[in-house]
Design a protein around this ligand. Structure first.
Ligand code: COA
Ligand code: ZN
Length: 311
């Protein structure tokens, strides 16, 4: 198993999508630049959704263009449908993160269609990207939300997660992301589901996306890492939630997740001290948002020398 882990910042999307106030474009770009400078190599910078639905992403084009100017940064964006893919393709994002839910009711609430319709749309997106004449084709990522439970349906079938993961791969996904959107997951279930997915999807990168709603985010990330997962979504200061998941708090905290892996000898490439400084941008811009994070509260242990710091 690799001793390197990729932590992908999703706070600018998963976090900002539920924040009430609009974060100015320049502040978003300052956040992206500072986190990239701290060693984060992949950032989900926005969502291509109708601006009237989530006004926070009305400046998606400007944010993507700013992020694409940073050398070495993979700038990715969430897309809920074909129209989102067209917007991302036109701008040249590196990855299109398509989202559909395992839970039928959550999918209806979130993207207003059945899971079957979402799968059909995904096939159209893959075809659009494959046939496009752009200089660099984006990767198309198949994302499965509510893979560990749903606020509307409760339990979610593990077999159904595997079935949809296989369907996304057959439809042409370059990568997968399996997400605990509402923080229902536990380490035992996470181990089972990721193992089953990895056993069935062949040689394709699979990433994990956890929320810390019930305090198990870090434990779940560790359980996924045990199965061989080496790509994780996280949100700086734990900013985040889900509009259709009442009470869902933010993603796993980027700094704490990086600290976990660095302390285990898994290199993230992130300078933790520098990463902690980036929180100041959020604090200044969103003074009313509750921010979380153990590392920010207590600081690095004396003499701590993780991979990135020792390098
Ligand atoms: N970007 C911009 N505009 C879009 C769009 C997109 N990705 N998708 C649709 N639209 C526009 C259409 O062009 C249409 O515009 P018009 O009224 O001027 O003709 C309008 O939005 C309605 O289009 P429709 O296809 O009927 O969409 P809908 O109203 O059924 O909404 C989604 C479907 C998928 C666009 C919407 O439910 C959505 O964005 N969901 C994602 C929510 C989210 O981000 N959740 C959190 C992340 S998990
Ligand atoms: Zn999420």
């Amino acid at each position: 198993m690799s001793d390197k882990v990729t932590i992908r910042e999703v706070g600018l999307r998963d976090g900002l999508q539920i924040v009430k106030g609009f974060m100015p474009t320049d502040t978003k770009l300052a956040w992206i630049a500072a986190e990239h400078a701290a060693g984060v190599t992949e950032i989900e910078v926005c969502s291509f959704v109708p601006p009237r639905l989530i006004p926070q992403f009305a400046d998606a084009e400007a944010v993507v263009n700013g992020a694409l100017a940073l050398p070495g940064l993979a700038a990715t964006a969430l897309i809920p449908n074909l129209k989102g893919a067209e917007r991302g393709l036109a701008l040249g994002v590196h990855k299109l993160n398509y989202v559909m839910s395992v839970s039928e009711r959550h999918n209806l609430a979130n993207v207003r269609r059945s899971t079957q319709e979402s799968l059909d749309d995904f096939r159209r997106i893959v075809a659009l990207v494959r046939d496009s004449q752009v200089p660099r084709r984006p990767k198309v990522v198949g994302g499965l939300s509510t893979a560990f439970g749903c606020t509307l349906e409760g339990r979610v079938s593990e077999a159904r997660v595997v079935e949809l993961a296989v369907a996304l791969v057959r439809a042409g996904a370059d990568e997968l992301t399996i997400a605990d959107t509402v923080g229902y997951g536990d380490p035992a279930g996470v181990r089972r589901v990721f193992k089953a997915v990895l056993d069935n999807v062949g040689d394709i990168p699979v990433a994990a996306h956890f929320h810390d709603t019930r305090g198990l985010g870090i434990a779940n990330a560790l359980a996924a890492a045990d199965t061989g997962i080496r790509a994780f979504d996280a949100s700086l200061a734990g900013l985040g939630g889900c509009p259709h998941a009442p009470g869902a708090t933010g993603n796993v905290v980027t700094e704490d997740l990086a600290f976990l892996f660095e302390s285990m000898g898994l290199a993230t490439g992130i300078d933790l001290n520098q990463l902690l400084q980036v929180r100041k941008i959020i604090e200044a811009s969103l003074p009313d948002e509750p921010l979380s994070g153990g590392l920010a509260r207590a600081g690095l242990p004396r003499g701590f020398g993780g991979h990135a710091l020792a390098a």
